[in-house]
Design a protein around this ligand. Structure first.
Ligand code: CO
Length: 458
């Protein structure tokens, strides 16, 4: 049996270990070799890459994608999309979601992994439909979490729903790395006997379970796993490509990976990693194994955020209290999966409840919007007293929030006029208006510098 391997070094490993700071120049020289490695796909775009290109690297994310496509001619290119949130943190109207998907595929993406933080699949429907319409591969993702209301039956039900939406494959997305080997085995066995489309596992090595969990998932029928080339693997990134390739082959599975090419890729990224260690861009902390996440059932990243937040307020002695309060807040909010943006919202609320000495004395506008229904349907019941306290007489939204949003693409395009040189520019602006404006200005200045330099030379 053949197992597909998706390489994450350009996106998730880059995002998890070095805050997505790899520039195109950092990896340009290895793209052709990566195309020959035998990967089922290369995850290279979406997630935080878009934001990071504009904000820190002064790169046009669309141009980066086109340049990758020029060098990676055979292998499928993959991206991560937060459903109706696209690559940002709020809900966009449907016309923007459709345009974004169209242009992602037009510029070179083959596979779009689409998820919603609350597993409210109404929020991924439009993106899935448009991906299929454009001839792309739509991969529906289930965010994995544990809670008294999350169980095997529920996840299998989600798998069925995704399949009925027409997705080409289904991914179990374990962003916190808390999916254990036995849970993975049971989950993939159950999904395999229920749905026909290929199954994918995306996990992280954060708690150290990653590689064992991948192996058990494959034994239960998982068809594809995400891994990162070894120098950029482990810790908060994915398990290592070479290690999993070695183990799977020993167990009698086939992969299309070529070991000599993997070595070439790994050797290429070694000095890149070294550069980030030297500059402080890679904190060795993220390379380690963080087992506290297993005890507290909260992602490692969220734990370090909480510690930083408490330190800032000189209240680190309250950490134990906050760690006890966190699951209570999560329960009150109907057990949302602790993934962006929910992990931040729950963490901040728990800390606020402890520091102010009274629960929900102050509630952030994000938590209020969540309770109102602007993020979608909570997985479980939100505490009725909390709803009353936060919303008063205000009505909750039970429909799909995006249905309340007016189309904005054509209007924004008109408003931007010459500032936007393409539809891609308009989408960049809609996604991140302030940074886009600054980026467009810098791009213009860079060009005029090149022009004046050429004239002087002549
Ligand atoms: Co991930």
């Amino acid at each position: 049996m053949k197992i597909g391997i998706t390489e994450t070094v350009l996106r998730d490993a880059n995002q998890s270990l070095i805050a997505t700071r790899m520039s195109f120049e950092d990896f340009e020289g290895i793209l052709e070799a990566m195309d020959n490695a035998g990967y089922a796909s290369i995850e290279c775009w979406g997630g935080a890459t878009f934001d990071s290109c504009l904000r820190y690297l002064s790169e046009d994310p669309w141009e980066r994608l086109r340049k990758i496509r020029q060098k990676v001619k055979k292998t499928k290119l993959q991206m991560l999309l937060r459903g109706q949130n696209l690559l940002g943190y709020k809900h966009y109207p449907d016309d923007v979601v459709r345009k974004f998907v169209q242009h992602s595929i037009k510029n070179g993406i083959d596979i779009i992994r689409i998820f919603d933080a609350l597993n409210d699949f109404r929020n991924i429907e439009v993106a899935v439909e448009e991906t299929l319409k454009c001839g792309g591969h739509a991969q529906g993702a289930i965010c994995y979490t544990t809670s008294p209301i999350h169980n095997l039956e529920k996840y299998v039900e989600m798998g069925k729903t995704l399949e009925s939406m027409g997705v080409n494959s289904i991914c179990v997305k374990d962003m916190a790395g808390i999916l254990g080997p036995q849970e993975a085995y049971d989950l993939f066995k159950a999904l395999k006997s229920t749905v026909k489309v290929p199954l994918v596992l995306h996990t992280h090595s954060t708690t150290g379970l990653g590689p064992i969990t991948c192996v058990k998932a494959v034994e239960a029928g998982c068809d594809r796993i995400d891994t990162a080339i070894s120098v950029f693997s482990g810790g908060t990134a994915q398990p290592a490509t070479e290690t999993l390739n070695y183990a799977l082959k020993q167990m009698g599975y086939e992969t299309d990976l070529k070991e000599d090419v993997l070595k070439e890729i790994n050797d290429f990224f070694r000095p890149v990693k070294e550069k980030f260690i030297q500059s402080g861009g890679l904190n060795t902390y993220v390379m380690g194994t963080e087992t506290d996440a297993l005890k507290y059932q909260i992602p490692g990243g969220m734990l370090s955020n909480l510690i930083a937040q408490l330190k800032q307020q000189n209240a680190l002695d309250k950490l134990d209290e906050v760690l006890l309060e966190t699951p209570r807040v999560r329960k009150d909010l109907g057990y949302p999966p602790l993934v962006t943006p929910m992990s931040q919202m729950v963490g901040v609320q728990a800390a606020t409840n402890v520091l102010l000495g009274e629960r929900y004395k102050s509630v952030s506008k994000e938590v209020k919007a969540y309770i109102k229904g602007e993020y979608g349907k909570a997985p479980g019941e939100i505490d009725p007293d909390l709803i009353k306290k936060v919303l008063g007489d205000e009505e909750r939204i039970t429909g799909r929030f995006a249905d309340t949003l007016e189309p904005i693409f054509e209007k924004t395009k008109k408003e931007l006029g010459d500032i936007a040189e393409s539809d891609e520019d308009v989408l960049t602006y809609i996604a991140f208006p302030q940074i886009a404006e600054k980026f467009f200005k810098e791009r213009e200045e860079k060009r005029s510098r090149v022009v004046s330099y050429t004239i002087t030379k002549m």
